[in-house]
Design a protein around this ligand. Structure first.
Ligand code: ATP
Length: 307
């Protein structure tokens, strides 16, 4: 069993009467590229703030390298690299000055790697940070977060500031290299196709609740779209536990199903339906189905409360 670099246990955080995190539990293992996904306001940044020790667990706990990041900030932060969407860099410095300034903080700073990244990112050493474009600033921030080779790299929406070339060609390669060296990456994103390309493990949040946390390979095997033909045309789909979502297409119904194929086939047979073809869904489709399911559960609970 690989060691958990981050362990989140029943973590709860409320802002007023809003639950930003509602009893969230999951782990991030060493050497993993872990994607944290969720719609706007799902709780991703709040969770990352707990990892960085910027917020104290209201209920439940969070451990990073086995330590409490609030009680032991130096021990945690010295092993962790962080890049956020609103990455604040000193505008008055030049790129080479920023690199020299940053290396002073980190005993494990790797000069050769910093230079390699600067070259890969196409950053002019003499350029003033304040004069860089948003995308170039994001590249400079990523360089600083990477060059001291932290054991754990935490990226909050790294793609939002990065241009498509860095996103597509560089970020994925950088993240894979980190993982192959036995270091760990946790990155939040709402770009599901990108997460699908680079993550080993995916954790989904929906309005503060965890809806799914599993290896990407397991998720990909566990779900499928099946096209179902019923003996008699139907105006409504049947209720089948394995089906997350139904869509009507002409005479047929298409179901996004999870779990055992045999169970699904026999449940469909009971409804005089049979599978005529199937395909694997994208991570985005799995995410949307879970979002809809969570919304339906929330609406149902609200109705129950009001009765
Ligand atoms: P986004 O993708 O939009 O950045 P997110 O998944 O990172 O969203 P959070 O920023 O963690 O979501 O916010 C979760 C919820 O908590 C939101 O409803 C947000 O409005 C609320 N929230 C976060 N920080 C605070 C705060 N300091 N005060 C009040 N509410 C907050």
């Amino acid at each position: 069993m690989r060691e958990a670099v981050i362990q989140v246990s029943e973590l709860t955080r409320t802002f007023g009467d809003k639950a930003a995190l509602a009893s969230v539990s999951f782990g991030v293992k060493r050497g993993e590229v872990h994607g944290l996904v969720g719609a706007n306001g799902a709780g991703k940044t709040t969770l990352i703030k707990h990892i960085l020790g910027l917020l104290r667990a209201e209920r439940g706990s969070i451990r990073v390298f086995g330590l409490d990041p609030v009680a032991d900030p130096v021990a945690v932060l010295s092993r962790l690299g962080y890049l956020s969407e609103e990455n604040e860099l000193p505008n008055w410095m030049r790129v080479d000055e920023l690199i020299r300034y940053s290396r002073a903080f980190y005993p494990r700073w790797d000069d050769a790697y910093a230079e390699e990244l600067r070259d890969t990112f196409g950053l002019d050493p003499k350029a003033r940070i304040g004069k860089l474009s948003k995308g170039q600033k994001a590249r400079a921030g990523l360089l600083i977060a990477l060059a001291y080779r932290p054991e754990l790299l935490v990226l909050d929406e790294p793609s939002s500031g990065l241009d498509p070339i860095v996103r597509r060609d560089i970020l994925a390669a950088v993240l894979r290299t980190i993982a192959s060296e036995g270091r760990t990456v946790l990155f939040s994103s709402h770009l599901l196709d990108e997460v699908e390309q680079v993550a080993d493990h995916v954790t989904m949040l929906s309005q503060g609740s965890l809806t799914l946390s599993a290896q990407l390979a397991v998720i990909k095997k566990a779900y499928r779209w099946v096209t179902v033909r019923f003996q008699e045309p139907r105006t409504q789909p049947p209720t089948i536990a394995e089906v997350l979502r139904w869509e009507q297409q002409g005479q047929e119904w298409i179901a996004l199903a999870r779990g055992d194929v045999e169970q699904l086939t026999s449940a469909l047979a009971g409804q005089k339906g049979r599978v005529i073809c199937e395909r694997l869904p994208s991570l985005d489709e799995v995410f949307v189905a879970h979002e809809e399911l969570s919304r339906a559960v929330r609406e149902f609970r609200a109705l129950e409360k009001n009765e």
